[in-house]
Design a protein around this ligand. Sequence first.
Ligand code: ATP
Length: 336
Amino acid sequence: MAELTLDGVSVRYGDAVALSDVHLDVADGEFFTLVGPSGCGKTTTLRTIAGFEEPDAGSVRFGGREMTGVPPEGRDVGVVFQNYALFPHMTVAENVGYGLRFHEVDDPDSRVAELLSLVDLDGFEDRDPTELSGGQQQRVSLARALAPEPDVLLLDEPMSALDARLREELRREVKRIQTELGITTVYVTHDQEEALAISDRVAVMHDGRVEQVGTPREVYREPGSRFVASFVGENNLFDGERVADGVRVDGTTFTVDGLDAGSGHTTLCVRPEHLRRDAPENRFSVTVEQSEFLGEATRVHCDWDGRTVVWRTDDGVPERGERVELGFAPEHGRLL
Ligand code: ATP
């Protein structure tokens, strides 16, 4: 069993709180991603799971087994870091074989060949790491981490040094290999798009805390906080007051589906792709300020009485200064 639990984990560096009461449950075989902005505590969480960091409070358990006090080499984890960390004076085969040094393996050479094949580097055994591209070096790091058949695979921003195209290619590879092996995986990234694309579930972190855990669809469609709504994908957030079946933002009333009775301050949240010129409901009028052509769509920044509104459209972009009527379906409005 390789399910992984963090129970009330806190980590402090001197007076600075890096993690505050973090609870996580990662299922056996799950691809689980920690995502959040720089400094939110992702790497500290990963280091605590690996045993490089001991929590000041709380506990880490693998399959119900308490890991507090167990050093990294006793934890059965494979770790891949951002900066490859291959040994430059060793060949590719020696690097991968290094992962087996504490393990008894009948035929290490064929195990190394098997791993290189898994990461699609058959025949690269005798190369030096300097003769490999960044993406290939990361595949070797992955093979080395997987060599001793760890229970848990930990990946800390493994793609961040690669260009966009390579990153996409490698993330598909990582996902394929993880699915093939069924290994419990915790992946760290600050890139929310990458997190949504690759994960079974994600934990969105902010200021040393977990803000929300869910499937990519859940955190995208049902953000539970203002932070998640603005960090995961783009969102328009409008402060307003609750009314019977929606919200009033200054003089404009918007209808939102599925609301209980309520009152008081609230925030209306609408995705740029849900704003449409032909939507019959929830209409308001904006002034176009700036457009960015994205290829498959255009992102249009507009002004609505002093508020910035972001609208995504794939047909006919209006001119700067033009007045445009936008609306959205009640099912696409969300209150936070
Ligand atoms: P990044 O995406 O930039 O790597 P992160 O989300 O991984 O960020 P952490 O590296 O876990 O964040 O850092 C969390 C907090 O702990 C930050 O405020 C950071 O400055 C602080 N911190 C991390 N390591 C140390 C350390 N060794 N000593 C002091 N403070 C630290």
